[in-house]
Design a protein around this ligand. Structure first.
Ligand code: ATP
Ligand code: MG
Length: 419
């Protein structure tokens, strides 16, 4: 016997029950984001590697160790997309969307690829629903984006959600703060973990994320970026907060919030769920006012977020998705060719009439067919025999004898009175 093959480590198959739950997430996103003027966009699964090197940032975990990068047949370096913001910003520039009324509001639901340690809630191919609003620096765009994400998570029943909010200020403020933080870390180098010490030059902000006890106590006394914001940035953050307060959205200001992408500026946020284990991040996002320009477009502000579909599903629990409704199951009491031909045709006609219908395909006995109809959740079963058809109502058990041509009109009529 040939050896069985398995899906690659860190990947999984979306089986039909799971697919139904995902469709529900997608429908909620379409409804909630669509109502706020966001329109769907899908970018390619792979991009030029340079897009992520430039757009996500060379010092990030994603670019340093998580990308699936390879050379294609033409010798170009391409990368399976690890995130959605850089590709959407690339599309914004490529299609001249700055000429459209601003902000341009876009959403996506796609799969992404990161070479990570696979575990519950962390995969190498995973799905995100994301939203981007490009072309306005108005704090109302930030507040609206955050509120839409909160509404999406709530409508899906994500449990024990917490929102952390911070602000990074502009790149200039960040650069000055970075130098201050680096000096502080160097002054305490002996107490830091080796990993943090090795990153003082490249990414000192990550020190706030460390679990190492020595590092944590050093970080408790570290200078905070929030205290260094300029007047304009501080006003922007205050306005975002006022709008969220006005909408009664609970959040916690976290001056140590750090996110793994380099392009963020000003507003930054993360939604976690206490219903999840170690991988508690459900969604994250922020403002990226420098990104579009970095990708060759005009100076353009933007803000967006992405939510992990697997983590949403994990945090909503295992509520059962109702099985699909089947209006009509076409069975036969006589398995000869003409009867089967009538049944096959009847099934198609039922579908053309807008019913969901299935035809017996496994050569079961009549008893087996009725059992299968019940498993499939059929409301009605038409049993074709030598003298016409018997229509059985699976809910009441009632049966009636009729011409095969009458089956569809009767199902349509009865189905309507029941619905
Ligand atoms: P984490 O801290 O968990 O690594 P992240 O900061 O890398 O998350 P983002 O890049 O901001 O995550 O992506 C947004 C969301 O996408 C996360 O909050 C999470 O729900 C989901 N996500 C990120 N990486 C993965 C993964 N490897 N598998 C499943 N979901 C993921
Ligand atoms: Mg990550």
């Amino acid at each position: 016997m040939a050896q069985k093959l398995q899906a690659p480590r860190g990947t999984y198959d979306v089986l039909p029950d799971d697919a139904a739950r995902r469709e529900h997430v997608e429908a909620a996103a379409r409804q909630i984001l669509g109502a706020a003027g966001y329109r769907r966009i899908e970018t390619p699964t792979f991009e030029a590697t340079e897009l992520f090197a430039r757009g996500v940032g060379a010092s990030t975990d994603i670019v340093q160790k998580e990308m699936y990068t390879f050379e294609d047949g033409g010798g170009r370096s391409v990368t399976l997309r690890p995130e959605g913001t850089a590709p959407v910003a690339r599309a914004y520039v490529e299609h001249g969307m700055q000429k459209l009324p601003q902000p341009v509001k876009l959403w996506y639901l796609s799969s992404f690829f990161r070479y990570e340690r696979a575990q519950a809630g962390r995969y190498r191919q995973f799905w995100q629903v994301g939203a981007e609003a490009i072309g306005s620096a108005d704090p109302a765009v930030d507040a609206e984006a955050i509120l839409l994400l909160a509404e999406l998570l709530e409508s899906l029943g994500v449990r024990d959600v917490r929102l952390r909010l911070g602000s990074l200020g502009t790149p200039e403020t960040r650069a000055a703060y970075r130098a201050e933080l680096q000096a502080y870390l160097r002054a305490h180098e002996g107490e830091l973990s080796e990993e943090v010490r090795g990153r003082i030059d490249l990414n000192p902000l990550r020190a706030f994320d460390a679990d190492h006890p020595g590092t944590r106590s050093v970080m408790a006394g570290a200078p905070l970026l929030l205290d260094r914001l300029t007047g304009e940035d501080a006003d922007h953050f205050a306005e975002v907060r006022a709008l969220l307060d006005g909408a009664d959205l609970a959040y916690e200001v976290d001056p140590t919030l750090v996110r793994g992408l380099d392009y963020y500026a000003r507003t930054l946020f993360e939604f976690t769920s206490d219903a999840l284990g170690a991988q508690s991040g459900v969604a994250g996002g922020g403002r990226y006012d420098g990104l579009v320009e970095q990708l060759g477009g005009p100076p353009t502000p933007g803000i967006g977020w992405a939510a992990g579909i697997e983590r949403i599903l994990l945090a909503t629990g295992e509520e059962r998705v109702p099985p699909p409704i089947l209006d009509l199951y076409v069975a036969y009491a006589v398995a000869d060719r003409p009867t089967r031909a009538i049944g096959f045709e009847l099934t198609w006609e039922a579908r053309r009439a807008g019913l969901s219908a299935q035809f017996e395909l496994a050569g079961r006995s009549l008893k087996g067919q009725l059992k299968q109809a019940a498993r499939a959740g059929a409301r009605f079963v038409a049993i074709l025999g030598e003298d016409g058809a018997t229509l059985k109502d699976m809910e009441t058990g009632e049966q009636e004898q009729l011409e095969p041509g009458r089956v569809i009109p009767v199902v349509l009529k009865k189905g309507k009175t029941l619905a």
